[in-house]
Design a protein around this ligand. Structure first.
Ligand code: ATP
Ligand code: MG
Length: 452
């Protein structure tokens, strides 16, 4: 079956390949380096070597998509993808360190030093009779195609650019270079159709617009509001990946503001829906996102667990109060609230088990920051997730949820050592002192002393 498709597409000249349903361009504008300025040295060495390897073997190969777009926009690319007319097996045969991944649509991972390059065979736009779900979402588009078809099935014009390091030209099928210059994010084809095929493109529009400082073209922007509900049909794992991309893009604050403007945070992004509607929650989330943006832009690592812990914290607080009000003790109530909130989210966003574990660790540490006497603060310092828990506490204080004094105390405690640290300890709370005295069976005698 696949073999038949391959021979159909690769055996045929481009002119005889099936006409694209969108009547798109068969010819690309070939833009020389003097007009766009992207030099081959700006590619990673792995990207250059991969393209060269394929070209030497007689195949077409280009750096494609986000990397070309980002280089043109003066942003360092996150990674480099390569597109080629070689089939996955042929790509595999070109590189010793490579492997084919994916079942539905195979791509090849080529390892070059520490880099992994994703190499994709040109793919055709799906046929009109491609399987969809009942809302029109395309379930499979796994047909190899010509380069022009590959360009056409991409989402935005600025993403359909192919860079050839051999002669430093950009092959531009949909005026992406001009759109980027004019700071416009334009959809290839009819935006309504493209959103229906894949509702995640609405989120991508917002994310790429925010990241590149592009205005979403009105014809692509307008339908978002009325079509936003379609996001609900996207499989949770895909939504989670896309949310993570958005939140760790380095432009999360801008993205989230834009999502709200487009009406995209309602219903479909369960995380943001309720939270942004409560003033304290909104402050907390926005501070957390600003913090993450700073880290990303400074090249520091971010942790998805921390991020999602912040996004969901005010949900947990709300649940926690409710469960306590029913008479449950504080700590068991907190754990019950954590599970409830994560269960609800898991249905919509496939938060992986490992990340859910990280989230819980951070939350579970929070009440422990209240204890500032005796041995407990020392024990807390020893917790493996202490630093994340502490950073979380700082955000809670900055947003006004807990007193700034608590965060300041911990900062002091962390920055002191030995005796100085000891003197910061507070006297044990009264009821605790009483309990301890009872345990020791000694008569009450004067004010409780600070624990040693
Ligand atoms: P970034 O890497 O900055 O997150 P990107 O545009 O490179 O952004 P990827 O997910 O890496 O995003 O996708 C690589 C390329 O694949 C895109 O540039 C685009 O051409 C194409 N693409 C990705 N997602 C879609 C989609 N939902 N519909 C159509 N084309 C897509
Ligand atoms: Mg990319």
């Amino acid at each position: 079956m696949i073999r038949k498709l391959i021979s159909r597409v690769f055996g045929a000249k481009p002119a005889t390949s099936p006409r694209s349903p969108r009547g798109g361009n068969d010819a690309a504008a070939v833009i020389p380096v003097k007009n766009h300025g992207v030099r081959r040295e700006q590619l990673s060495s792995g990207a250059r070597r991969t393209v060269e390897g394929l070209q030497k073997a007689g195949y077409k190969a280009y750096v494609v998509g986000g990397a070309v777009r980002d280089l043109l926009a003066g942003i360092p690319p996150k990674d480099f993808d390569v597109a080629t007319n070689a089939t996955p097996e042929q790509v595999r045969a070109c590189f010793r360190r490579s492997r084919i991944i994916g079942r539905r649509f195979q791509i090849v991972h080529v390892m070059m030093g520490a880099e992994t390059l994703e190499v994709t065979t040109f793919r055709a736009i799906h046929a009109d009779d491609a399987p969809t779900d009942e809302h029109g979402r395309v379930l499979r588009d796994n047909v190899f195609g010509s380069m022009a078809e590959d360009a056409e099935r991409r989402d935005f014009t600025v993403n359909a650019l192919y860079y050839d390091p051999a002669d430093e030209t950009i092959h531009d099928y949909h005026h992406g270079v001009a759109d980027l210059k004019q700071k416009t994010l334009r959809m290839i084809g009819d935006p309504k159709v493209r959103y229906r095929e894949d509702p995640v493109r609405m989120l991508r529009a917002v994310r790429l617009g925010a990241k590149l400082g592009l205005a979403i073209d009105p014809t692509a922007r307008r339908p978002i509001r009325e079509m936003s509900e379609l996001i609900e049909n996207v499989p949770p794992a895909r939504l989670f990946d896309e949310m993570l991309k958005l939140l760790t893009s380095g432009y999360a604050v801008r993205c989230v503001k834009q999502l709200r403007e487009e009406g995209l945070h309602h219903g479909l992004l369960p995380l943001l829906d309720v939270i942004l509607e409560q003033p304290l929650g909104e402050r907390f989330v926005m501070l957390a996102l600003a913090n993450t943006d700073e880290r990303v832009q400074a090249g520091k690592p971010t942790s998805p667990g921390f991020l999602f812990a912040t996004l969901l914290w005010h949900e947990v607080l709300g649940q926690w109060e409710k469960i306590k009000a029913k008479g449950e003790r504080p700590i068991p109530a907190l754990f019950a609230a954590m599970d409830e909130v994560l269960d609800v989210q898991a249905e919509k966003l496939a938060i992986t088990r490992r990340i859910a574990g990280d989230i819980k660790d951070i939350w579970a540490l929070q009440p422990r920051f209240e204890a500032r006497s005796g041995k407990r603060p020392y024990a807390l310092l020893e917790q493996p997730r202490f630093k994340a828990g502490y950073d979380f506490l700082l955000l809670r204080a900055a947003s006004g949820e807990v007193p700034q004094e608590l965060a300041d105390w911990w900062r002091n405690f962390l920055n002191s050592d030995g005796d100085a640290r000891q003197t910061l300890l507070l006297p044990p709370p009264k009821d605790e002192a009483k309990k301890r005295r009872r345990r020791r069976k000694k008569p009450a005698n004067g004010a409780p002393a600070a624990d040693a």
